[in-house]
Design a protein around this ligand. Structure first.
Ligand SMILES: *Cc1c(COP(=O)(O)O)cnc(C)c1O
Length: 480
């Protein structure tokens, strides 16, 4: 492809992306292709001769598009949202057009490092993080990682190295990562990768050899770990490294009204590290996991490996950031560009409006659930997330006689019906043995109408599930 062919194909690509967004609402949310659908449609070996790009672009529409689930669809309520904004798309487009992507050293392409250092400070400001976490402090600092899992892994490596440097006689087997049962699996993964022990127990029972991952906004229910309590414990165990995983809820810190309930003061007072994913609820296209540490030396002491061919005048003088020592890989993408585009395009107030809009839409849904006879919350709605289940309306002694298992059976039937539909997508979860369903709002095109439509679908399927359950699962009909 030469430059002019690229120009033409590029215009067409943008046109097609625009058409996609115009028609998004009319599409079904969920892709219904069967496993292996693509084999048989695509040759098993690469073509011997290069192909015309028009054919390739048309094949994308014909073969790939049907296998896509539309995460930006206004009726997508599954998992957590993943952002996709036009500003973000353009940021990635520019970034991918340059060969400076592996910005591992400042000198690879100075703009890559300098912009990241600045926009990470912008992002810290947006979320209300203390100046101690900013790159401008010269001590703490922020870095963009691929995912929250990488952020946690890097953090645990740094925590381990810090503890071992202060307590050189410690055996590796004695180091423990503490999590709660609601911590994302990233805690378990870090333990697995690093060969550390993992304990899912109450922090007050711990010994002093510990790392800790606390969550602000858990994946299942949006719960917020009790940071004031953890703060009390930390007082007696200064070597406890507290990492705050706020992959989803962190974006909500942009709105001052959410800061108390998300314990921003505590985060600022004692967290060693804090992570929020802008690629989740933060309007920036995947990947953009922002990690801040109170002391960058903890990262670089643990991760700095500088073979002769990577040494530079500025790096040696310590006058610049070499981000390769802040993460696991060497090469890294120029991700700050899209974060910069988004923060400028939206501004603080635009970012806040988007977050408030999502929370308000969840509020619309929550009001309908509160009024319902057959749906109830399993936990209080958190920000833009609701966790609920179906409970049939019965006479009170019959209601009391219902076993958890029978209710779970009903809710599995209900969720089975919801997930057989392609016009809406939700996910299931289990909380201490209670099977429940999650609804998370995050698409910027979701309006009140979509929430009412979602509620109607949910109520209809709940009624249908109750009917089937009443006749089959229970054996005896409880209703009527
Ligand atoms: C989504 C999520 C993660 C995982 O994020 P990745 O960036 O995919 O690793 C971790 N923790 C919480 C609380 C999450 O919501």
């Amino acid at each position: 492809m030469d430059v002019e062919q690229f120009r033409k194909a590029g215009y067409q690509a943008i046109d097609r992306i625009c058409d996609y967004y115009y028609s998004l609402q009319e599409k079904s949310v969920v892709s219904k292709v069967e496993p292996g659908y693509l084999r048989g449609q695509i040759p098993l070996t690469p073509p011997e001769e290069g192909e015309d790009f028009q054919v390739i672009a048309d094949d994308y529409q014909k073969l790939i598009a049907p296998g896509l689930t539309h995460w930006q669809h206004p009726s997508f309520f599954a998992y957590f949202p993943t952002s996709c904004t036009f500003e973000g798309i353009l940021g990635d487009l520019y970034a991918s057009s340059m060969a400076c992507n592996p910005g591992f050293n400042w000198s690879c392409s100075p703009a890559c490092t300098e912009l990241e250092a600045i926009v990470m400070d912008w992002a810290a400001d947006l979320l209300g993080l203390s100046d101690a976490f900013k790159n401008s402090s010269g001590v703490g600092g922020g870095v963009i990682q691929t995912t929250a899992s990488d952020s946690a892994l890097v953090t645990v490596v740094a925590a381990r190295s810090l503890y071992l440097s202060r307590h050189p006689d410690t055996k590796m087997e004695d180091l423990v990562i503490y999590v709660t049962t609601q911590t994302h699996s990233l805690g378990a993964k870090a333990a697995l990768v690093l060969g550390l022990r993992l304990r899912s127990i109450d922090v007050t029972q711990e010994d002093s050899y510990s790392l800790r991952v606390a969550t602000v906004g858990t994946t299942s229910t949006g719960a917020v770990d009790n940071l004031p309590e953890i703060r009390e414990v930390v007082k007696d165990y200064p070597s406890l490294w507290v990492h705050i995983d706020s992959a989803w809820a962190g974006s909500a810190l942009a709105c001052p009204e959410n800061r108390d309930k998300l314990y921003l003061n505590e985060i600022n007072a004692f967290a060693y590290s804090f992570c929020s994913n802008f690629h989740k609820w933060g309007l920036v296209n995947f990947d953009c996991s922002t990690l801040w540490v109170r002391d960058r030396k903890h990262l670089t002491d643990a991760l700095d490996i500088t073979p002769p061919f990577l040494r530079t005048k500025h790096g040696d003088a310590g006058t610049v950031i070499d981000y390769r020592n802040w993460h696991l890989g060497l090469g890294r993408r120029f991700r700050s560009l899209k974060l910069w585009f988004v923060l400028r395009g939206y501004g603080v107030s635009g970012f806040q409006s988007y977050i408030r809009q999502c929370i308000a839409m969840n509020g619309v849904f929550a009001k309908l659930v509160e009024k319902s006879d057959i749906l109830e919350f399993v936990t209080k709605p958190s920000l833009a997330l609701s966790v609920f289940r179906v409970v049939p309306k019965l006479e009170s002694e019959k209601q009391q006689a219902l076993s958890q298992e029978s209710l779970n059976e009903l809710n599995r039937l209900f969720y089975g019906r919801i997930s057989a539909r392609d016009d809406i997508m939700l996910t299931q979860t289990s909380l201490n043995g209670i099977f429940c369903v999650r609804l998370a709002v995050g698409a910027s095109r979701t309006t009140e109408k979509h929430m009412h439509d979602a509620y109607s679908v949910i109520e209809k399927e709940a009624k249908a599930a109750i009917e089937v359950w009443d006749q089959t699962v229970n054996g005896v009909a409880l209703i009527g």
